[in-house]
Design a protein around this ligand. Structure first.
Ligand code: PLP
Length: 428
């Protein structure tokens, strides 16, 4: 299918767009857009985003969505087909795309997880898991400090950051946060609530700033859940589908949760969709009563086509392996570049697969480097739950030219910014 870009005269110019943002969306969002250079994105393909003035940016941000890059042909093919045949279902008849997407997802998740509920956003998937837990009598929630699970009321209760929570209290009752990576702390909590707990954990914390737990942590968490009769919910909304160089973060330790949460990359970067994949036991209540937990657009065929396309793209192009090998290479090069310029101002450059974080020892450089990188043509992300960490979640479709562009841009950006923080910086 040929894509015709929107003609410039049907789009508002930059100033008009700013006015519309300020008057119709959010003044704060308009200001943020200005802070990030005032660019207006209008098109995307693969690893690249194009702005209204024709400039191209390498997209290493997107909050973890673009594992397959933008508009991957496999996703576009399925979505276009669906758009032109049956984009939204009646929800009275059976509809093939939902069943096929569920089957495709089950084919790539750990064995034992076989029931799927689709939703639209990550937070909605989290809400669904909270409700499933309640149907199993697990009303006491346990999450981790710094963890991020979204911002709807239930999900926000689990998200470990008071800045986002405080304006909305009271949140859900009976929720405890424990330090991430600390199995003993989890044991203390679960031992007090036998048979009532539900633990939410990310295999690597994304928004906390790419926090990698000690080896064996997930295995210990799973064992503690089994010992104290708690449900285990693995939130792989950001880490899943190959982002970490394995299909799931859980694979690294062979852990099978009761409930697995999927989002972001499942959209293929084309139609928003998330999913809850559960064991038959955890899913029992929804199996029995299909009206117990519904939403008008759950399993909408257009999103189901995107999910199928995304899974096909990942499988057929072996993007999981590519994520691992690319990730290792990028990590090594970034470490050399960033530490070479910033020296001790950098605390750590770390990552797994294509989830990479640069942690600074002081507030300031992460934000400054983010803005400087944009000037150099690279989009990265800050971390919602840590102001010290700059995060990169590049697509697994980067080629060698893209990689060279990234390294050169990073080198220039670090050189410029490091001079402000390390007077002796000479670079590499
Ligand atoms: N869970 C994790 C691990 C996430 O990283 C996010 C979003 O960043 C969410 C849940 C919430 O997803 P959404 O923003 O789609 O609601």
């Amino acid at each position: 299918m040929t894509i015709t870009p929107l003609a410039p005269d049907v789009l508002p110019d930059r100033h008009e767009l700013g006015r519309l943002y300020r008057s119709r969306l959010s003044k704060g969002r308009a200001t943020l857009g200005e802070m990030f250079g005032g660019h207006v994105e209008v098109a995307s393909e693969g690893a690249w985003v194009t702005t209204s003035n024709g400039r191209r940016f390498l997209n290493c941000g997107g909050y973890g969505v673009f594992l397959t890059g933008a508009r991957h042909p496999a996703v576009i093919r399925r979505v276009a087909e669906q758009l032109h045949t049956h984009p939204v279902a009646t929800r009275i008849f059976l509809e093939p795309q939902a069943a096929l997407a569920a089957d495709a997802l089950v084919s790539v998740v750990p064995e034992g997880l076989s029931r799927v509920h689709f939703a639209g956003s990550g937070a909605e998937a989290v809400e669904t898991a909270i409700k499933l837990a309640r149907t199993r009598g697990r009303t006491r929630l346990v999450a981790t400090h710094g963890g991020y699970h979204g911002k709807t009321m239930g999900a926000l209760t689990l998200t470990g950051k008071s800045l986002f929570q405080d304006p909305f209290r009271p949140l859900l009752p009976d929720t405890t946060h424990v330090p991430y990576g600390d199995a003993e702390a989890l044991r203390d909590v679960l031992a007090r609530i036998p048979g009532e707990g539900c633990v939410f954990v990310e295999p690597v914390q994304g928004e906390a700033g790419v926090v990698i737990p000690p080896a064996g942590y997930l295995t210990q968490v799973a064992a503690l859940c089994a010992e104290f009769g708690a449900l285990l919910v693995l939130d792989e909304i950001q880490t899943g589908l190959g982002r970490l160089g394995t299909w799931w973060g859980a694979d690294a330790e062979g852990v099978v949760p009761d409930i697995l949460l999927v989002g972001k990359g499942l959209s293929g970067g084309v139609v928003p969709v998330s999913a809850v994949v559960a064991t038959p036991a955890a899913f029992k209540a929804f199996d029995q009563d299909p009206y117990l937990h519904t939403s008008t657009f759950s399993g909408v065929p257009l999103a189901m086509a995107a999910a199928r396309g995304a899974i096909e793209a990942i499988k057929d192009n072996d993007l999981v392996t590519r994520s691992r090998t690319l990730g290792e290479e990028i990590l090594t090069r970034l470490r050399t570049i960033v530490v070479g310029h910033f020296g001790e101002v950098v605390r750590e450059v770390r990552g797994r697969g294509l989830m990479l974080g640069i942690e600074f020892a002081e507030p300031g450089p992460a934000g400054d480097l983010l803005i400087e990188l944009i000037q150099q043509g690279v989009i990265a992300n800050h971390s919602l739950n840590s102001h010290l960490v700059l995060r990169l979640t590049p697509p697994a479709v980067l080629d060698s030219t893209d990689l060279e562009f990234l390294y050169e841009a990073m080198d220039r950006a670090c050189r410029t910014q490091a001079a402000r923080y390390t007077p002796t910086s000479g670079g590499v």
